[in-house]
Design a protein around this ligand. Structure first.
Ligand SMILES: *[C@@H]1O[C@H](CO)[C@@H](O)[C@H](O)[C@H]1NC(C)=O
Ligand SMILES: *[C@@H]1O[C@H](CO)[C@@H](O)[C@H](O)[C@H]1NC(C)=O
Ligand SMILES: *[C@@H]1O[C@H](CO)[C@@H](O)[C@H](O)[C@H]1NC(C)=O
Ligand SMILES: *[C@@H]1O[C@H](CO)[C@@H](O)[C@H](O)[C@H]1NC(C)=O
Ligand SMILES: *[C@@H]1O[C@H](CO)[C@@H](O)[C@H](O)[C@H]1NC(C)=O
Ligand SMILES: *[C@@H]1O[C@H](CO)[C@@H](O)[C@H](O)[C@H]1NC(C)=O
Ligand SMILES: *[C@@H]1O[C@H](CO)[C@@H](O)[C@H](O)[C@H]1NC(C)=O
Ligand SMILES: *[C@@H]1O[C@H](CO)[C@@H](O)[C@H](O)[C@H]1NC(C)=O
Ligand SMILES: *[C@@H]1O[C@H](CO)[C@@H](O)[C@H](O)[C@H]1NC(C)=O
Ligand SMILES: *[C@@H]1O[C@H](CO)[C@@H](O)[C@H](O)[C@H]1NC(C)=O
Ligand SMILES: *[C@@H]1O[C@H](CO)[C@@H](O)[C@H](O)[C@H]1NC(C)=O
Ligand SMILES: *[C@@H]1O[C@H](CO)[C@@H](O)[C@H](O)[C@H]1NC(C)=O
Ligand SMILES: [Cu+2]
Length: 547
């Protein structure tokens, strides 16, 4: 809702120019990879306007982190901008090491202007495409980049080796200052304006004015295979991605290999990544290909030499696409789905309005899980947990709604009051958790991409309407469900995920639409320490930013 009020297409021409040959050029052995990230404001010109944006090292999108599985990564973030900063390494599991996870006021206090903090982490048991982004305010609008994790030397890539590869980062662009209008909108109790363009690798493409110079282009050779590492860094929009004259073969999502399947378009929600081979063209010239992306909320438009994408409201396409996503599940890359569940959770996703005397209409939107709108604390939750600080959060988040109702029945506009609170759920170490996320028709139904920090999870089931605990579990896929870190809860439907809580710490879970997160659609899990000394949260680094 509210975010889906735009009516436009966006596109980018892909003239492919693949540079990096990751499979061949990276060093052989596990190593320490060091990066310097200078947070800097830089003037950038798009859509006929120049404006200062927050960047890393003056680059937009920011630098790609190239690592090999097993590497230790040290990223020194130095903040030269006027905003507080923190950076999240989206999808990296950060075993025992929430200190390097990044969400502001969850695992750390912000890196204040003039200060530095070195994110220090090991990349263990993961390979593929992930990404990084600012995790404070709406700064991820311009502060983001790719993470490419190469397989350990000697570990086979389970698909044909591509000739070349490229990163394709989808984003959103606003002409105005994002922080200013978000503040203004919050003060008025209105949703902020939607973005002015979508971008591919920071470039809006030729359908927008003054964009000739700002079209992402790549050049391809016929008969060669190309691997695209596609990332949805948009703030609020789920996207389709396709290339005219080509099919795509999906082989990985969220840095987990999948059973390959061929599709004319991929569906990708904010926070998700997809690796896909670009299949050979049917009969197009050998130099150019055209990519087009479409916002889910608008009808399809056919333009010459642009691919036809599913209609934006094509729920059937979305369901059938998600059904094709399955873990590779081979002896080398098994799907260790928890079969026995220790803890069953059922969270409803709802919208509401709360009184706001200073707002335009006297109310503002809130969003909630189990009728609780999350209130951000003033200090990091992980610090509060580790140092046992009292009064920062409670661990009484309910396992299920207090009052069950017909979740996706007629729209509910009565008794919309929700309570606010910093309420978390405590999870026993190494227990297995099943969480059903249920959309509701409180005000309206909508789809929500949910992201869990610190873990991957298996998506064992999904459906439209109300989850039926008597019938739906029988239909779960417990053999080869897709494993990922961000999953779409369908509009007016539900999604069931399972994971083993073997990573101690405080782990944020939230809708990856910035609009909804800002309205309170988030909570966190406190996963307790295990019995052994190597099953507890590591001590905090010395340079952890203070509040
Ligand atoms: C950046 O652009 C603004 C206009 O948006 C202009 O006032 C300012 O001088 C520019 N700064 C630099 C360093 O170019
Ligand atoms: C991080 O970068 C800042 C600015 O360059 C520097 O002063 C600081 O020493 C660096 N920290 C580490 C741990 O290298
Ligand atoms: C990373 O791995 C090294 C070597 O095993 C270990 O000494 C270090 O403590 C690990 N760091 C973190 C943050 O887990
Ligand atoms: C939001 O959009 C409206 C209508 O297009 C425009 O008048 C207004 O200036 C925009 N606000 C901001 C903060 O960009
Ligand atoms: C405020 O009221 C106007 C007019 O009744 C309505 O169009 C708008 O959607 C309302 N905004 C919110 C945030 O409720
Ligand atoms: C591309 O097409 C041009 C003319 O159509 C041809 O001369 C050239 O050899 C082709 N290149 C490749 C790599 O197929
Ligand atoms: C893409 O795949 C579909 C279904 O397999 C097929 O009908 C279509 O011709 C393919 N398109 C291209 C461009 O290869
Ligand atoms: C999608 O929207 C179009 C136009 O708004 C409508 O004609 C069509 O029936 C809708 N399709 C579905 C599957 O809801
Ligand atoms: C829930 O609401 C829908 C739509 O109003 C209705 O069709 C359905 O029967 C209701 N379910 C129950 C259990 O009341
Ligand atoms: C949410 O909680 C409020 C009290 O804070 C209550 O009035 C309302 O009925 C609850 N709504 C739902 C859907 O449980
Ligand atoms: C977690 O539980 C699984 C299954 O019982 C067991 O194989 C594993 O060793 C346990 N891990 C730890 C760290 O205790
Ligand atoms: C930056 O973060 C610090 C620590 O939480 C806080 O005290 C300060 O108010 C923040 N500054 C801004 C501009 O938000
Ligand atoms: Cu959402």
């Amino acid at each position: 809702m509210a975010s889906s009020c735009r009516n436009r297409l966006f596109s980018g021409l892909l003239f492919l120019c693949f540079g990096f040959l990751g499979f061949i050029t990276s060093p052989a052995e596990a190593a320490i990879k060091k990066y310097q990230f200078d947070v800097q404001v830089k003037n950038v010109s798009r859509l006929c306007h120049a404006k200062p944006i927050v960047t890393i090292n003056g680059r937009f999108p920011g630098p790609t982190i190239y690592v090999r599985e097993g590497d230790r990564v040290l990223i020194n973030v130095t903040n030269h901008a006027q905003y507080n900063m923190s950076i999240h390494w989206h999808g990296l599991k950060q075993y025992r090491n929430g200190w390097a996870d990044g969400p502001a006021y969850v695992t750390q206090c912000p890196i204040q202007t003039g200060s530095s903090y070195t994110y220090d982490f090991n990349v263990t048991g993961q390979r593929g495409t992930l990404w990084w982004h600012a995790h404070i305010l709406w700064l991820r609008a311009t502060v983001y980049g790719a993470i490419v994790i190469l397989p350990k030397q000697g570990t086979p890539f389970p698909f044909p080796r591509p000739y070349r590869e490229a990163e394709i980062i989808l984003g959103e662009w606003w002409n105005g200052n994002v922080e200013e209008f978000v503040n203004k909108a919050n003060n008025l109790g209105l949703p902020p304006n939607s973005s002015d363009a979508h971008t591919i690798n920071g470039k809006p493409g030729p359908l927008f004015p003054c964009s000739e110079k700002h079209t992402f282009a790549m050049e391809v050779e016929q008969g060669k295979t190309y691997l695209l590492r596609i990332i949805n860094a948009a703030l609020n929009d789920e996207l389709f991605f396709g290339i005219a004259g080509h099919n795509l073969t999906v082989v990985e999502v969220d840095a987990v290999y999948t059973k390959p399947f061929t599709t004319e378009a991929i569906l990708i929600a904010p926070g998700q990544t997809t690796n896909a081979f670009m299949d050979a063209p049917v009969a197009v010239d050998n130099k150019t290909a055209t990519g087009i992306f479409q916002y889910r909320g608008i009808p399809n438009t056919v333009l010459p030499s642009l691919p036809q994408l599913p209609a934006s409201n094509d729920t059937a396409f979305a369901l059938s696409y998600n059904k094709k996503l399955k873990s590779l599940n081979t002896p080398n890359f098994p799907a260790n789905v928890p079969l026995k569940v220790d803890r069953k959770l059922f969270y409803t996703i709802g919208f509401g309005k709360e009184s706001c005397p200073t707002c335009l209409n006297g109310t503002r939107f809130v969003a909630s899980l189990n009728n609780i709108s999350f209130e951000m604390p003033q200090v990091g939750l992980l610090q509060a947990h580790y140092f046992n600080l009292k009064g920062v959060f409670k661990t009484d988040f309910p396992d299920r709604p207090q009052t069950p109702f017909n979740y996706t029945g007629a729209p509910l506009t009565a008794s919309l009051g929700t309570s606010t609170g910093t309420r978390l759920s405590k999870i026993a170490f190494n227990s297995t958790v099943e969480l059903v996320l249920q959309d509701t028709n409180l005000l309206t139904v909508e789809s929500h991409p949910f992201h869990l920090h610190g873990y991957n999870f298996f998506v064992v089931g999904t459906g439209i309407g109300n989850f039926d605990p008597a019938k739906d579990p029988a239909k779960y896929n417990l053999v080869d469900p897709v494993e990922r870190n961000t999953v779409g809860v369908p509009t007016g439907g539900w999604t069931a995920i399972r994971f083993r809580a073997d990573n101690p710490g405080v782990w944020f879970m939230h809708c990856h639409l910035e609009l909804h997160t800002g309205w309170g659609l988030k909570t966190a899990f406190v996963v307790e320490d295990g019995p052994g000394s190597d099953h507890s949260v590591l001590p905090p680094p010395k340079d952890l930013p203070p509040c």
